[in-house]
Design a protein around this ligand. Structure first.
Ligand code: ZN
Length: 171
């Protein structure tokens, strides 16, 4: 397992639509292991493959409370939301979006079809925070970050701030 570097906005790979996984081999296992290590180290509750620069439809999630529960890694390969219901609004942040959080509206319940690491089909329903994380990671796999879901005013303010931040970093 190797900890990888998490790319941040505005790296172009975050805007790319990722490709479906067709081969379930050792290389995929390695990618997932690296993603898990990177996510736990960050620490974060989810990570999409393009956040470490790999444009494939792979996401890892762990929403357990690390202080009270054993870790439970969820691996989603080629995930799709096939049905959704309800609405929730809560604060969201992202490992690829530096120092910025905002309220984001999401579906409260989602029905997901995906494959596991061996290519076996998965079908399940998720709700609440778990549903939010899934929608956030699927957005990544479709080339979107949560900022893209905000009002144009908020987006503009974020972009201005980010530009300034990058200028300061490079100064
Ligand atoms: Zn994210």
């Amino acid at each position: 397992m190797t900890k990888r570097i998490i790319v941040t906005d505005p790296m172009p790979v975050l805007k790319e639509t990722t490709k479906p996984v067709t081969v379930f081999n050792e290389e995929l296992r390695q990618l997932v292991a690296d993603m898990a290590e990177t996510m736990y180290d960050a620490p974060g509750v989810g990570l999409a493959a393009n956040q470490i620069g790999v444009p494939l439809q792979v996401a890892v999630i762990d929403i357990t409370n690390k202080e009270e529960e054993e870790p439970r890694l969820i691996v989603l390969i080629n995930p799709k939301i096939v049905k959704s219901e309800g609405e929730q609004c809560d604060e969201e942040g992202c490992l690829s979006v530096m120092d910025y959080c905002a309220q984001v509206k999401r579906f409260d319940k989602v029905w997901v079809e995906a494959q596991d690491i061996d290519g076996a089909p998965l079908h399940f329903m998720a709700e609440g925070f778990y549903a939010r994380v899934i929608q956030h990671e699927l957005d990544h796999l479709n080339g979107k970050i949560f900022v893209d879901r905000l009002s144009s005013l908020k987006r503009t303010l974020y972009k201005k701030r980010r530009k300034k931040q990058l200028k300061e970093e490079n100064a």
